[in-house]
Design a protein around this ligand. Sequence first.
Ligand SMILES: *[C@@H]1O[C@H](CO)[C@@H](O)[C@H](O)[C@H]1NC(C)=O
Ligand SMILES: *[C@@H]1O[C@H](CO)[C@@H](O)[C@H](O)[C@H]1NC(C)=O
Ligand SMILES: *[C@@H]1O[C@H](CO)[C@@H](O)[C@H](O)[C@H]1NC(C)=O
Ligand SMILES: *[C@@H]1O[C@H](CO)[C@@H](O)[C@H](O)[C@H]1NC(C)=O
Ligand SMILES: *[C@@H]1O[C@H](CO)[C@@H](O)[C@H](O)[C@H]1NC(C)=O
Length: 477
Amino acid sequence: MAHDKSSILQPLLLSGFLFLLGRNVALGQSTAQSARFGNWYSRNAVDGDPGVPDSTNSEFEETCTHTPSSSPDGWWTVTLSNAAAVFRIVIYNKRQPSRSDCCEDRLIGFTLEAYTQKTIRVFTYTDPNPTAQEIYTVIVPANITDPINRIIISNSEVSLILTLCEVLLFGETVCPSGKFGLECKRDCNCEDRQESCFVSTGGCPSGCAAGYTGEDCYTPCSRGFYGVDCNRTCSEHCTGNGNNCRADTGHCTGGCEAGYIPPLCDDQCPEKTFGQDCKENCSSTCRDGLCHHETGVCDQCPPGYIGDFCDQVCSVYMFGDGCSQNCSFHCLDQLCNHQTGICHNCTMDRKGEYCEVDIFAVQSGEGGDDSAVIGAVVGTILGVIIVTIIVIFFVWRHRRNCSDDKQKVKQSWTKNSNRETPVTTSASSSAPTLPLRPNAKAKTDYTDFKDSSLLYRQPVQVFQNGGNVISLFRHGD
Ligand SMILES: *[C@@H]1O[C@H](CO)[C@@H](O)[C@H](O)[C@H]1NC(C)=O
Ligand SMILES: *[C@@H]1O[C@H](CO)[C@@H](O)[C@H](O)[C@H]1NC(C)=O
Ligand SMILES: *[C@@H]1O[C@H](CO)[C@@H](O)[C@H](O)[C@H]1NC(C)=O
Ligand SMILES: *[C@@H]1O[C@H](CO)[C@@H](O)[C@H](O)[C@H]1NC(C)=O
Ligand SMILES: *[C@@H]1O[C@H](CO)[C@@H](O)[C@H](O)[C@H]1NC(C)=O
């Protein structure tokens, strides 16, 4: 059907979009008429199309109603699926301004009745106009507050036929609290849950509840978004095929990835916990009990330990943070405590916890008080040993000399046996003729000679030697 746009624009606009005027609650509702002529169905009066003025009869037949003249008490009715507060009724006649012979005058003097709960009549209107109108507008009095669910239009005695091209009931569907829509089957989704939404649109004075968007607050947030205005994103740590969370709360529908706190999965596990739902405790072997929130791998190990969970001690020869330090060379076999580096034992020349003290370092002026004392003791011992060696050497030499002397003395004595005075010279002026043992002592001489000549103890000669008086005894003849 080719309709003139401007003529159908008005009812279409009025049928849904102009809120202040209400919307056409009759549109598409259930209808009936006393009898039908041809294809002039009763539903044609609520099809949203009032027909174009001066259309052909067959065109009107598609969009208007018609009772047969054989049934003169014609009526037409519409029943609303949900009661509505109707405040204005508009009726479109079969508009044929260029024809005076047919058919606008069929509506002259019509009667309109409004019912509540289908049976209680709350309002009656009778057309007072003596002449036909193309469009009738009926204002429902303001004191009619009961919701209306049925309208009946009847023709007057003026006409045998009832023809209607469109009936519009402007008003608001009255839905139970929390419901909206033509059928009142949709739930309101207002942020303020106590509040009822606009019945026509579903919109809410307080705005849409979290998880819903759109003018009707009926469209869920698109996938991956949640919250008021759907402007928050689901956590990337929700499990499943990503960003899967409840549109209202943002709770991940499949739980969190390991390492994140449910139900939002935005934050990492609290300190010292890790894993699925943060239910695992970090290993007590981790330094300070801190570990990676997902894997539980220790952040750091205490000194002396390595491994993801710090459960391995350092290899021998190593110690400390990350087992990165070598035991001292001065530790016996380079073995030390894996945590502290303290040597088990020192090599022979070392002492101290870390065998850091060189026992002989005192000679080079190193070392503390201890090493000085040790150095002194060692030095003394060395000194004593050296002195002893020297003494032994001299004693040995003395013995050798002694046996030489005895022979020389013997020879000399034999040679000078007839002389009454000893062959002597002043000790200061001339060298003695007899061999002397410098520094020899008298007592020593006794001892030295005891093996052979203790029988003769008179000194036979006395020599002065560097202030020492030396007595010589003559061996027994
Ligand atoms: C509504 O007001 C009219 C007068 O304006 C009165 O005649 C009618 O009885 C009233 N109807 C109701 C239901 O109060
Ligand atoms: C989401 O919208 C609310 C209210 O409109 C606003 O306060 C908030 O900052 C928005 N958040 C983001 C992440 O855009
Ligand atoms: C973790 O530690 C807490 C207290 O420190 C303890 O109550 C809980 O049972 C531990 N959980 C596991 C899985 O060992
Ligand atoms: C440990 O000893 C090895 C050779 O034995 C050497 O290469 C390394 O540098 C040493 N490390 C440290 C920290 O001294
Ligand atoms: C190391 O010293 C301890 C005593 O401190 C001793 O029992 C152990 O046998 C020593 N080890 C070696 C290899 O000398």
